[in-house]
Design a protein around this ligand. Structure first.
Ligand code: ATP
Length: 368
């Protein structure tokens, strides 16, 4: 279990952490995402004890490792925290064989040689690298090096494991493979894990719960689905890649709820929000259908209140197996389509199309 309570840390006049409050349950895996410079690494360093917080309290398994007792400052040394740390750039000793890199922490604990050997073998087997025990780091691929780094941080049986963008130095294919490996390996462990990444897909595929950070604060923490459905702020919604608009509720006398975005009125979901209230409107790109005809033909939407907005294709950004299509309907709407759909619809920049989505697909929340 990790508990951060109003933790702040500045470097000169720069606030790296600005009142971070976060709970990670015992043996939970929590992913932390956020843009560069938002304080992710500083937060890990504070938990590891590599960095003193200016304010606030940090607990690991109900023990205060940073904080104050009256006027006395508590700071438990990193080596006493039972924390393992995996860095982005592996940080292996280049002149040591794989087995010696892994055994390093155990030797520092002055354990008997036989125990060091047994534990080293066992953890190398766990990460699938027993046959590389005698290799040197330069003889390994990036993915293998990172598995050595994982083994090295796990061999001392930490209660908390911190991973700081462990896959970011890898090419996309190795990254994908190692992500799957890490997911399986971490699942088997009884350890509390904080996994930092820039990549939202990686975060949501590894853990049920994520924390989104911005400018030294945890903006929102919760289950991926819950955050995607109800982002608390414009920042979180934009970071998640959603369509985000400022809107105004129009409670039509006939009982229909409309949301006014710019000059356009669209059907919205049932809401208690009063007429005229300003709201943050979000819409997931994957909930949108692009059509060349105004009628909504999606069978699954039969009986639902739907929007069909006429617009012009502004931009098509092709990716590996899909494309992001931005359509101007009076405001820009981004959607995600398969490359085959783009071909079938004959989509091109400047083409007139209809943007369709269910009223219920809109999520509205009060402006913060
Ligand atoms: P990235 O994703 O790019 O690694 P991050 O979210 O991990 O970024 P941090 O490395 O925690 O962010 O940095 C947060 C802020 O604190 C940044 O503005 C950074 O420049 C600053 N900072 C971090 N460490 C130091 C330091 N030792 N001295 C001065 N400023 C620092």
């Amino acid at each position: 279990m990790i508990e951060l309570r109003s933790v702040s840390k500045s470097f000169g006049d720069r606030d790296a952490l600005n009142g971070v409050t976060l709970h990670v349950g015992r043996n939970e895996l929590l992913s932390v995402v956020g843009p560069s410079g938002c304080g992710k690494t500083t937060m890990l360093n504070v938990v590891a004890g590599l960095c003193y917080p200016d304010e606030g309290e940090v607990q690991i398994n109900n023990v205060i490792v940073d904080g104050w007792e009256g006027r006395r400052r508590i700071h438990v040394r990193p080596s006493k925290r039972k924390v393992g740390y995996v860095f982005q750039n592996y940080a292996l000793f280049p002149h040591m064989k794989v087995q010696d890199n892994v055994a390093y922490g155990l030797k520092a604990m002055h354990l008997p040689r036989s125990e060091v050997e047994i534990r080293t073998r066992s953890i190398l087997e766990f990460v699938g690298l027993l046959n590389h025990s005698e290799s040197y780091p330069h003889e390994l691929s990036g993915g293998e090096k990172q598995r050595v780094a994982l083994a090295r941080s796990l061999v001392t049986n930490p209660e908390v494991l911190l991973l700081d963008e462990p896959l970011s130095a890898l090419d996309p294919r190795s990254r994908e493979a190692l992500r799957r490996d890490f997911k399986n390996l971490l699942r088997e462990l009884e350890v509390t894990v904080v996994y930092v990444t820039h990549d939202l897909t990686e975060a949501c595929s590894l853990s049920d719960r994520i924390a989104v950070m911005d400018r030294g604060r945890v903006e929102q923490a919760g289950h991926c689905d819950q955050i995607l459905e109800r982002p608390k702020s414009r920042f979180v919604a934009e970071f998640l890649g959603l369509n985000v608009y400022d809107g105004r509720v129009v409670q039509d006398p006939s009982g229909v709820i409309l949301i006014k975005v710019g000059g356009t009125e669209i059907f919205g979901p049932a809401t208690e929000n009063p007429d005229g209230e300003r709201v943050l409107v979000t819409l997931r790109p994957e909930d949108i259908v692009i059509s060349t005809e105004p009628e909504v033909k999606n069978q699954r939407w039969c009986g639902c209140t739907c929007n069909s907005l006429s617009g012009t294709v502004l931009e098509i950004v092709r990716m590996k197996s899909s494309a992001r299509v931005v359509v101007d309907v009076g405001f820009p709407v981004k959607s995600e389509l398969s490359l085959s759909s783009i071909r079938e619809l004959g989509l091109a920049e400047g083409k007139n199309v209809y943007v369709q989505f269910k009223a219920e697909s809109l999520s509205i929340s009060p402006v913060r």
